[in-house]
Design a protein around this ligand. Structure first.
Ligand SMILES: [Zn+2]
Length: 428
C-alpha cells in the first residue's frame, strides 16, 4: 500500500518497541522530511530512497537521557561534549542537570543547544553559579548564592529549553546551612511550575566544624514534604550517605508514601549507583521511573580528546570523593544495568522514552514513534552472552544481555554510534 509514497528512509524489519503507541513487534518504519511517515508491518522497499535492514535490532523512540552534564568548557572538566553523550551514543535528547544557571543560560543556549546535533534541554541550576567544576566548591552553593527571583524569571523566559530545576539535598550542604537551600530550590520550581530534580547522597565533604547535628539519614524525610507531584528524587541507589537505603540497610520508610503522592525516581546512574543497594531497593519495591546516565568528565573516560589549554587541574585527590574513578559509559549500558537487576526490557524502554518525555512535559513531541512525530529513533543491538558490568565501588554483576547503540536518527538525520566514550563489552 505504501508504494509510491516517496519516503526518504525505511528502517526495515526491526523489533519496534514504542510504549506510547502500544507497539511491540516487528515493524517497518518510514521517514520523510525528518518525520515519522509510517509504521507498518510491511512497507515496500521501493517506496523509499534508502532502505536500512535493521532485522534483529531494537528500534525505539529516540532515547532520552534525563541526567547529563554537557555544558562543555564552562563547567570545566565536568562538562562533556553533548554529541558524544547524545547522538554519537545513540541518544537523541540529553537533559543537562544543573550545568547552566540563570547567569549562564544564555551561553548554554548559544554554544550548547544551538550548536549540538543532539536535542539538548536543561534543568536549570537553583544556584547562581550552576555546575561549575562539578559543584567542587561548596561555598558557592550557600543560601546567599541563590536568587529565587532571578532564577524563576530565567526559567519562565526560557521555557523552551528549561524543563525543570536542579538542587542538592545532601549532608555536606545540610551541615553548612541546614535545609534552607532546599526550601529555596523548591520555591523556585513551584513558582516556575516545573519539576524539581533533587540529588540525594553525599556530594560535598563535611565542613571543619563537622556535621553540626545533621544526620544524612534524616534528609529524605525532611525534604520530601517540600516537594510537589512530579518532582524527582535522584540517585536512589547511591552508596553515599543519604540515599534511599539508610545506614541500617533498610529502604527509608518515607519513600513509598512519596511515590504514592506522585513523586518520581530517577536512577542517576554514574557515580551514584551501587548494584548492592539497587538490589535492596528493588526488592523493597522501589522501581525507578526514569534512567539518567549521569556521565560527566570526572566519571567518564574520554579517550583521544585533548583537554583545552587553561582547564583547571582535576580535583580527584580525595580517595572518597564521589567522582573518583573513570570508565567509559553510556545510557544504553545503564539500560543493560537495569535489565541485569531483573527489570524487563519493555519497562526499561519506558524509563528512557515515555516516562522522561512526560517528566520534561514534552510527551507531545518526544518519546514516541507515532506518525507525524519528529523522526527521533534509536537503533540498538540486543547482544546475548555473558558480560561483566561493574559499578564504581567495583561490585561486579553478570549481564546476559547487553544493549549497544548502532545508530540513531535525530530529526531524520542519521548518526552512527561512534562515540569514543562508548564502553566495550567485557566477556565474563
Ligand atoms: Zn549529575
Amino acid at each position: 500500500m505504501s508504494e509510491g509514497q516517496g519516503y526518504d528512509l525505511l528502517l526495515k524489519g526491526g523489533r519496534v518497541i514504542c510504549p506510547a503507541s502500544g507497539i511491540d513487534g516487528v515493524r517497518d518504519v518510514a521517514v520523510k522530511a525528518g518525520r515519522i511517515a509510517a509504521v507498518e508491518e510491511s512497507i515496500l522497499p521501493s517506496a523509499a530512497a534508502e532502505v536500512i535492514n535493521v532485522a534483529g535490532k531494537l528500534v525505539l523512540p529516540g532515547l532520552i537521557d534525563t541526567h547529563g552534564h554537557v555544558y562543555q568548557y564552562v563547567t570545566g572538566r565536568f562538562g562533556l561534549d553533548p554529541d558524544m553523550v547524545g547522538v554519537r551514543s545513540g541518544v537523541t535528547t540529553v537533559v543537562d542537570q544543573g550545568g547552566p544557571s540563570c547567569m549562564t543560560l544564555p551561553g548554554f543556549r548559544k554554544f550548547i543547544v544551538e550548536r549540538s546535533q543532539t536535542n539538548v534541554v536543561a534543568f536549570l541550576s537553583a544556584y547562581l553559579v550552576g555546575g561549575l567544576e562539578g559543584h567542587f566548591y561548596p561555598n558557592l552553593y550557600s543560601p546567599d548564592c541563590v536568587d529565587i527571583e532571578a532564577t524563576v524569571r530565567s526559567a519562565t523566559a526560557n521555557r523552551d529549553i528549561v524543563r525543570g530545576i536542579k538542587g542538592h539535598a545532601e549532608i555536606g550542604g545540610f551541615a553548612r546551612w541546614g535545609i534552607k537551600v532546599m526550601e529555596m530550590a523548591a520555591e523556585i520550581a513551584r513558582r516556575a511550575d516545573i519539576p524539581l530534580y533533587v540529588h540525594f547522597g553525599q556530594l560535598w565533604g563535611l565542613p571543619e566544624s563537622g556535621a553540626n547535628g545533621e544526620d544524612a539519614d534524616t534528609i529524605l524525610e525532611r525534604v520530601i514534604p517540600l516537594l510537589k507531584e512530579g518532582d524527582v528524587l535522584a540517585h536512589p541507589f547511591t552508596r553515599h550517605p543519604g540515599g534511599f537505603v539508610n545506614r541500617e540497610g533498610e529502604v527509608h520508610h518515607v519513600i513509598q508514601a512519596a511515590l504514592d503522592r506522585g513523586l518520581k525516581v530517577d536512577v542517576g546512574h554514574g557515580s551514584h549507583f551501587s548494584y548492592r543497594l539497587a538490589k535492596q531497593a528493588l526488592a523493597a519495591g522501589v522501581v525507578p521511573h526514569t534512567l539518567g546516565a549521569d556521565m560527566h568528565g570526572y566519571n567518564t573516560q574520554v579517550p583521544e580528546i585533548p583537554i583545552p589549554a587553561g582547564t583547571p587541574e582535576e580535583h580527584d585527590d580525595d580517595e572518597n570523593h564521589p567522582f573518583k574513578g573513570q570508565a567509559r559509559f553510556s545510557l544504553t549500558q545503564a539500560m543493560s544495568s537495569m535489565m541485569t537487576l531483573g527489570i524487563p526490557l519493555e519497562q526499561v524502554v519506558n524509563m528512557v522514552t515515555v516516562h522522561p518525555a512526560k517528566m520534561l512535559g514534552m510527551e507531545d513531541t518526544l518519546g514516541s514513534l507515532a506518525v507525524g512525530r519528529t523522526a527521533d529513533v534509536s537503533i540498538l543491538d540486543d547482544v546475548r552472552g555473558r558480560f561483566v558490568l561493574r559499578d564504581n565501588e567495583d561490585y561486579r554483576v553478570i549481564a546476559e544481555r547487553l544493549l549497544e547503540p548502532v545508530f540513531c536518527l535525530r530529526a531524520g538525520k542519521r548518526f552512527d554510534a561512534d562515540s569514543p566514550i562508548l564502553p566495550q563489552a567485557i566477556a565474563a
